[in-house]
Design a protein around this ligand. Sequence first.
Ligand SMILES: Cc1cc2nc3c(=O)[nH]c(=O)nc-3n(C[C@H](O)[C@H](O)[C@H](O)COP(=O)(O)O)c2cc1C
Length: 306
Amino acid sequence: MGVTPPDLRTRVGSVELPNPVMTASGTSGYGAELAPYGRLGALGAVVVKSLAADPWPGNPAPRVTEVGQGMLNSVGLAGPGLPAWLETELPRLSALQARVVVSIWGQRVSDFERVARLLAPVGATVVAVEVNVSCPNLEDRSRMFAQSASATAEAVEAARCGKPRWAKLSAAVADLTEIAAGALAGGAEALTLVNTLPGLSIDVERRRPSLGAGAGGLSGMPLHPVALRAVWEVRNAFSDTPIVGVGGVTSGREAIEFLMAGADAVQVGTAIFRDPRAPWRILAEIDRWCRRHHVGAVRDLVGVAQ
Ligand SMILES: Cc1cc2nc3c(=O)[nH]c(=O)nc-3n(C[C@H](O)[C@H](O)[C@H](O)COP(=O)(O)O)c2cc1C
């Protein structure tokens, strides 16, 4: 066991973080929901559930179901809208000294513009904006923005609000590097890889899809190798682009895999449903792993498996 504590600090572009572990959007609510389980300020950052300019009802229940070691969800981006969040949740997060990444979504390019206008006055608690382009684009037959490099570029560009923009992409595309290039052309400072993959579960007793909306998004352990490959491939194509890895991080091991594949930081999502303390546990596991392997600084691991 090494005795010197490892330096856990990292950087996602211009955003300095005390450590590489964040929550993943949509898996711990809008604000301080996780605060009873640990100190939010001790995490790299808290990424809130995607918010639109207006309230949105989302999809019919049931919205989540277990599939093997993973989870399928069709929450459908239900939310209170950004103005209500700015009024009620942001001050609570700020009081808890959390670094906040606001995830935003829209159904048209102009929706991202509206959200950006609402975000322009926010203070230093919000360290970055994650532009969730893995949502249906009504101007393109409801195809995800993230399935088109030009639609991704337009949405990211429209979200310009004075904060660093991270584009959250989907692995359900033919060539992720092409979409990543679109996001960077639109002004993304970093890429968050990846969102859920499209999936389906059928309740064989009812002979109906298990989820109220039919299909859903696959997350958790089964997504991990897909997400890891996405990070590895994009890091290979864009060596200087900051990357946040997300998908199936359940222990320090998967987090370290992401770092080695080229991620500068990671997010923990589905694991929180099983263990709300997962982000802090995973952070402690990274620390222990570094001590055991005499790694002085977590940044020394970034991209070593390239
Ligand atoms: C219930 C649920 C809700 C989610 N909501 C959002 C969301 O609002 N915005 C978003 O960008 N991603 C959302 N995601 C995707 C996660 O942020 C993450 O990209 C994905 O679940 C993979 O990470 P994981 O395997 O650690 O969960 C959601 C995932 C789940 C399971």
